[in-house]
Design a protein around this ligand. Sequence first.
Ligand code: PGA
Length: 249
Amino acid sequence: MRKTIIAGNWKMNGTVPESTALIGGILNAGVAGGKVEIVVCPPFTALESAGKLLKDSGIGLGAQNMSEHKSGAYTAEISAEMLLTLGVTHTILGHSERRQYHFETDDRVNRAAKAALAAGLTPIICVGETLEQRDSGDTEKTVGDQIAGTLAGFAADLLKKTVVAYEPVWAIGTGKTATPEMAEDVHRFIRGKIAALDKEAANLVPILYGGSVKLGNAGGLLTQPNIDGALVGGASLKVDDFVGIINAL
Ligand code: PGA
C-alpha cells in the first residue's frame, strides 16, 4: 500500500512568529499520527524553529528547495546537510515557480534529488504542464519528459524513496483545479512512466496532486486510484483549511 501524504507548501509566507503560530495550530488539532503522513514546508528562515516544534510530533518538515552541491562557493544556496541538522525530512524540488522564475531545469532537479536521497531526505519532485501545453495537446509529452529527466539514472531503491507531485501550472494559485478525472489521467500516465523504470517502484511512489487544492475539492481528487495525496499551497496557510483537508481523508 502506498502512503497518503498531505504536504503544505507555504512558499514565501511566514515569518518565524507566524510559522510558530501556524505549526502550533496544526499540532493542537491533533491530526498527527493518523494514517495520513503530514509534511509542512515553511520558508528556510523558519525551518529551525519549526524543527524544534515538530520534533517527535510525527509531522514531517520539508524545505522548498535544496542545492545539488554538498558545500562551497554557491552563494545563497542551502545544502542537504544544513537541512538535516534542522530536522528536515523532505524537500520540494522543481516546483513550477522555481522553473519559471529561476530557470530550474529537469537536469538540475535530477542532481538535487540524487543529493537529497543520498543524504536521507525525501525529494518531492514537481512536474506539470502550462495552459499552453495542455491546450496544444502536449500534456503527456511535457510531463513525460519531466519525469524522464528528473528521474534519470535513479536506481530502483532510490526511486522507491521518491515522491512525485503533479501540479498543472495553470491550476496553481489560480483557483482553477483539474477535475478529478483530468488529474487521475495524468497520474495514471506518470505511474506508467515510473513503471517503465521499475515496476515495483511504480506501485510504491506516492504521486501527489497540487494546484488550488482546498477543502471543497480535496475529497473528489484524493479518492482517485492514482492520487496519493496533495501538495497544498494557499490552503496550507490557514490551520482550519489545512487540517480540514487532512480530516477529509
Ligand atoms: P496552490 O499551490 O494550492 O496555492 O495552488 C500549490 C503549489 O504550488 O504547490
